[in-house]
Ligand binder design. Structure first.
Ligand code: ADP
Length: 598
């Protein structure tokens, strides 16, 4: 049953029952009042009649009394009965002559008995004489011949009056019921409309739409309840929004962290794993709600989680992950409590790069020391020998050794300083359009003495489309010079060194330096660009080499966003290839400015 129907039935039911009760009460009261008034009036009239009768002479005849009864009866519109002290009826409006004489003794009539005892008597009963319901009022008469006067009123008139009162009440009741019906309908409609509005808002909230919906709730208790619930929902909505904002923020922080974060609950189930931890621990499946033992293949990590879950407390260990390449992580475990259940948060900090950097620095220092020690030892030996040497030619020989090793040291220090500058980003790229052929020829001219010693030819080829390059000319000169110098060291006498510039369709320009020397062994091809790395047999061929030339080349090429690699030359020898991105000449200056500001 709908709320509106229920409200209507309840309101109308209450109103109907109340109205019915009220109408019945009113009808009953009116009837009582009417009867009381009629009885009072009848009694008053009876007293009046008694007074009039008492004024008669001492012994009036029956005929006189009967006449008086008739005339009083007709003027009062009631039956008047005059009764002797013995109870015989001596006058009656309804009876005359013989029938009056034949009338029963009335001394025992209830109203007469009451009047005898109390002076007045009022009763309502059926009259056998007139055969209808009558209201009787009897009073005592202060007269020697007459004892009582009785007035009787037929109740039909009273009943008519009561019926009209009842009809009036019923009419009023029907009107009131109709009014109650309309009122109940209107009230229940208004009430159910308000409740429906509140229900609609509640449904919208339940569906997740928490936008404020302040409706016409009204000022009564329902309105107060609705507003209170509305305010609670809004507060709840605000908290939910704040929670989800915090959640998104936490997710964003965790996702952007380079450290791996893993959360495991007391039962060992993974509650959260960010991208970094999944990458570090190579977790491919969805980790949430799985047991960590199932997911983590690295025994050291699993062991640390197990320990942290058992013992609680914080711990930090260095863990080596047997991945490819091997990674070293600092794993910190810290306890956390969620709903009184302890769990563990593991944070993996990848320190591989740091460790590698430390290692590189240590190796570098060791290499520098070693590289400096060799010429220093040679110089010291030569200086010692020089002091004892008396022969001019011998002294010159030692002086030559000192000069050569000093030069080597100087070259080493120069290369080291250049690498340091490149590492610190102090070398600025000054890009400009330049003719590559002029770079090749200036390198050849600069190295002419070295080349001539071994009678080496430099053959340069510039393919169409590669004539002009947007590069830092000075740095590119150093790169080519370094490669040609290396080639000159390793190329056999009277051979050719080829320098080539080729245009590549995929947006790169390729520069190649090839020689017909011994080439670089396969295992060393990738490593010759490392600092101080030298192929074992090369030391004899190029004793003055520092092992830093190709490292500087790589740095300078990378500065141009290019790559460099070493390979075998078909037919013997080595070929070093530089690939540079093609740059438009017009943007060169702007780009150079960008690089400087970066
Ligand atoms: P270095 O000063 O010793 O030449 P580089 O860094 O220039 O140092 O070269 C590193 C190593 O690479 C050299 O020691 C040499 O073994 C090898 N290498 C470089 N260029 C050539 C080449 N053209 N032919 C053979 N080996 C080469």
């Amino acid at each position: 049953m709908r709320l509106r129907t229920r409200l209507f039935l309840a309101a109308f039911g209450i109103a109907g029952i109340s109205l019915l009760l009220a109408a019945a009460l009113v009808a009953w009261l009116l009837e009582r009042q009417l009867l009381d008034r009629i009885a009072t009036d009848l009694l008053a009239e009876a007293r009046l009649v008694a007074d009039l009768v008492a004024r008669n002479g001492a012994s009036p005849t029956v005929a006189e009394l009967d006449r008086e009864a008739d005339s009083l009866g007709s003027s009062l519109g009631a039956r008047v009965t005059i009764i002797e002290p013995g109870g015989r009826v001596v006058g009656d409006t309804a009876e005359d002559g013989p029938s009056l004489a034949a009338m029963e003794n009335h001394g025992a009539r209830p109203e007469i008995a009451l009047a005898r005892a109390a002076g007045v008597g009022v009763t309502r009963r059926y009259s056998t004489t007139v055969e209808r319901d009558l209201l009787y009022a009897a009073v005592r008469v202060d007269h020697p011949g007459v004892a009582f006067v009785r007035l009787a009123l037929p109740l039909t008139a009273v009943d008519d009056q009561i019926t009209s009162v009842q009809r009036g009440t019923a009419g009023g009741l029907l009107l009131a019921l109709a009014g109650a019906l309309v009122l109940a309908w209107v009230t229940s409609a208004a009430m159910s409309r308000r409740v429906s509005t509140i229900a609609a808002v509640a449904q919208r909230y339940a569906a997740g739409d928490l936008t404020p919906q302040i409706g016409p709730y009204g000022d009564d208790e329902i309105g107060t309840v609705a507003r209170a619930l509305d305010a609670s929902v809004q507060e709840l909505g605000r908290r939910l929004a704040e929670l989800s904002r915090n959640r998104r923020l936490t997710d964003a922080i965790l996702a952007s962290m380079t450290e791996g974060v893993l959360v495991v609950d007391a039962r060992g189930r993974v509650k959260m794993a960010n991208d970094s931890v999944r990458r570090l621990l190579q977790i491919e499946r969805t980790p949430v709600d799985r047991h960590y033992v199932e997911l983590i293949r690295h025994p050291e990590v699993a062991k640390q989680i197990g320990r942290a879950l058992e013992a609680g407390g914080s711990s930090q260990t260095e863990i080596t992950l047997s991945t490819e390449p091997v990674r070293v992580c600092l794993a910190s475990a810290a306890p956390y409590t969620e709903q009184d259940e302890p769990g563990v948060v593991i944070v993996l900090h990848d320190v591989s790069d740091y460790r590698r950097a430390v290692q590189i620095r240590q190796d570098f220092v060791a290499n520098v020391s070693h590289e400096l020690r060799t010429p220093l030892t040679a110089i010291r030996g030569a200086v010692d020998a020089l002091t004892d040497e008396t022969d001019a030619a011998g002294r010159q020989r030692f002086l030559d050794i000192v000069a050569r090793h000093t030069l080597r040291m100087e070259r080493l220090v120069t290369d080291l300083l250049r690498l340091a500058r490149l590492d610190a980003g102090q070398e600025v790229l000054r890009l400009d359009s330049c003719a590559i052929a002029s770079v090749f020829s200036s390198v050849a001219a600069e190295l002419a003495p070295v080349l001539q010693t071994k009678r080496l030819r430099v053959e340069s080829h510039v393919q169409p489309g590669a004539e002009r390059l947007v590069v830092d000319q000075v740095k590119m000169h150093d790169v080519i010079k370094n490669l040609v110098e290396n080639a000159a060291h390793y190329a056999p006498e009277r051979s050719a060194i080829e320098i080539e510039a080729a245009n590549d369709d995929v947006g790169t320009v390729v520069l190649r330096v090839s020689d017909r020397g011994p080439g670089i062994p396969d295992t060393d091809l990738a490593r010759v660009f490392e600092r101080f790395y030298r192929v074992e047999h090369s030391r004899a061929r190029n004793p003055g080499g520092t092992g830093l030339g190709l490292a500087i080349v790589k740095h300078l090429v990378n500065l141009h966003d290019g790559t460099v690699e070493a390979a075998h030359r078909p037919g013997g020898g080595s070929v070093l290839t530089i690939a540079l991105p093609k740059r438009a000449a017009f943007s060169a200056k702007a780009e150079a400015a960008d690089k400087v500001s970066a």
